[in-house]
Design a protein around this ligand. Structure first.
Ligand SMILES: [Fe+2]
Ligand SMILES: [Fe+2]
Length: 240
């Protein structure tokens, strides 16, 4: 059954995929929104090209003025560039969470919000409801300043580019051959196996039910196998 990709899609408790599905494209970005009552959190809102589509879905899911927090997992344009547009539309201060080593770069998008630089594993955004979003640094996978977010309530891991994929035949949920697609995407972008092993070690400690990456498809099955695959991937070679 085809999903209604023109609507926000609930992927976990009050957690929505608000991305744009372009049937012609081989690469999709996945922005997410957590609606936690008084506060909403926008995660990797995306670039400029998809912005009008994403905005429409965000507005359908929540009143923009309930967005108080924006998480940017690193500094790439495909997740950060539309942030100043949201700042213009939201009638109050928002707080941006970004790894320390990326936080020197994001002001160049014109982002004006207060930025909380994440320096350590386990630092968290605690919402008024008590819901705790924990950050884990994933250095050099793929940028020096990269992180992921773990929602301790829903057990969703927002994994950024980790577990992303190129996908000409895209679906929101991963199919059986998705692990191969993940390897093909990640290996050319990561410089060292040590960096991948470090990430695998951290993710193995978490009780993850859903992996929601910033590209490709959402993973709900065989999660330990996907994490183990990080240890087996090649890295550090430039694949021409
Ligand atoms: Fe990236
Ligand atoms: Fe990305």
């Amino acid at each position: 059954m085809r999903m209604k990709y023109e609507e926000p899609i609930e992927i976990a408790e009050n957690t929505y995929w608000v991305g744009h599905y372009d049937e012609e494209a081989g690469f999709h970005c996945n922005p997410y929104l957590i609606d936690d009552g008084e506060e909403a959190v926008l995660i990797d809102p995306g670039g400029i090209t998809h912005y009008p589509h994403v905005l429409k879905k965000v507005i359908r899911a929540v009143d923009l003025d309930r967005i108080h927090h924006i998480i940017l997992h690193h500094q790439d344009p495909d997740l950060c560039a539309s942030t100043p547009r949201y700042e213009e539309l939201i009638n109050h201060e928002v707080t941006v969470y970004n790894p320390l080593r990326a936080s020197f770069f994001i002001p160049y998008y014109g982002i004006k919000s207060r930025v909380v630089p994440i320096r350590r594993d386990g630092e968290a955004l605690v919402l008024k409801s008590g819901r705790r979003l924990e950050f884990y640094l994933t250095p050099f996978v793929h940028f020096a300043g990269s992180m992921v977010t773990y929602d301790t309530r829903s057990k969703v891991l927002f994994s950024s580019d980790i577990f992303g994929a190129f996908s000409f035949d895209w679906s929101l949920y991963a199919r059986d051959d998705y692990l191969e697609a993940v390897k093909a995407f990640l290996e050319p972008y990561v410089g060292s196996k040590k960096a991948l092993e470090n990430v695998a070690r951290k993710l193995e400690q978490l009780d993850i039910e859903v992996i929601a990456p910033q590209h490709g498809s959402i993973i709900t099955d065989n999660i330990p196998e996907f994490i183990q695959a990080l240890r087996e991937m090649d890295a550090g070679v430039y694949l021409e």
